[in-house]
Design a protein around this ligand. Structure first.
Ligand code: OOG
Ligand code: NI
Length: 265
């Protein structure tokens, strides 16, 4: 486990930009050379005890993060929690886990077979949250997972790493609305996730979000190398609650659509 929250995020970021070649262009376009404040990052896993949400969360809890919200995604068969640090300038963390037992016996057997290859000690190692895949995977297995769950296929292909970072529009000089951010991205030739509309959420639910569609990068399978969707960039604008403080939670109906930023089409 890391003992320094900044060192953990620096390592997560280094891994993320290798998976997401367009991240540097997004930064150049929106940040104009200035530092960008991240609203949150997200990680994915399976609900198998060796690697479940709590195992990932322990790495953040050791740094002072606390669980603050629970979310359920019935159709996608996922559960999630979000975590906040006492220092509100640190990014929030959204961790989800796939409810493996709700899928076909074939998918369950495949996932159990992958997780059996994970060394339990590795899940507590300092680098676990950006250690990628701990198993062999052939392309045919990836495709059969994809047919049942895009999420299962993504975790099988990429393992443990941030699947997105999120620009805090509240802290982004020169932009006052999410529409301006989206227009700038589209003028820069980025493809936005348009599932349910380019802007997810509203001022009424205190959170507006948008995201790019994931980059495609070559991934080495056991038998071949294929370009598949890797990681994406998200943009979030938070609104104040009645007490004047910015809302810090997530919105399940919006998150449900953000997950689709790693869909193959
Ligand atoms: C997480 C999707 C949800 C948000 O901000 O609502 C999310 C994921 O794609 O793993 O990031
Ligand atoms: Ni997000």
């Amino acid at each position: 486990m890391h003992t320094d929250v900044n060192a953990l995020f620096a390592a997560l970021w280094q891994d993320y930009i290798e998976m997401t070649p367009s991240a540097a262009r997004v930064h150049a376009l929106l940040g104009k050379g200035q530092a960008i404040i991240n609203d949150h990052i997200a990680l994915r896993t399976f609900n198998i005890a060796k690697v479940n949400l709590s195992v990932l969360a322990a790495h953040f809890e050791a740094l002072g993060y606390q669980a603050c919200g629970d979310y359920v995604f019935e159709a996608k068969k996922l559960k999630a929690k979000h975590f906040e640090h006492p220092d509100s300038t640190q990014p929030k963390v959204f961790i989800s886990e796939l409810l493996v037992e709700e899928f076909s016996p074939e998918l369950q057997a495949t996932i159990q077979g992958l997780i059996a290859q994970v060394d339990e000690a590795a899940t507590r190692a300092e680098n676990f949250l950006y250690s990628g895949r701990h198993w062999e995977l052939d392309y045919g297995t990836y495709q059969s997972l994809l047919a049942e769950s895009e999420y299962a296929a993504w975790v099988a292909a990429f393992g443990y790493r941030a699947n997105h970072f999120t620009v805090s529009i509240n802290h982004l000089p020169g932009f006052s609305s999410i529409l301006e951010v989206n227009d700038t991205l589209k003028q820069g030739d980025f493809v936005l996730n348009s599932v349910g509309g380019e802007v997810k959420g509203s001022a009424e639910v205190l959170l507006e979000q948008s995201s790019t569609m994931a980059d495609k990068i070559p991934v080495a399978f056991k038998d071949t190398s294929v370009e598949i969707p890797s990681c994406f960039y998200e943009f979030a604008l938070r609104y104040p609650k009645a007490n004047g403080e910015l809302y810090t939670g997530f919105v399940a109906a919006s998150a449900d659509k953000i997950f689709e930023s790693t869909n193959v089409n």
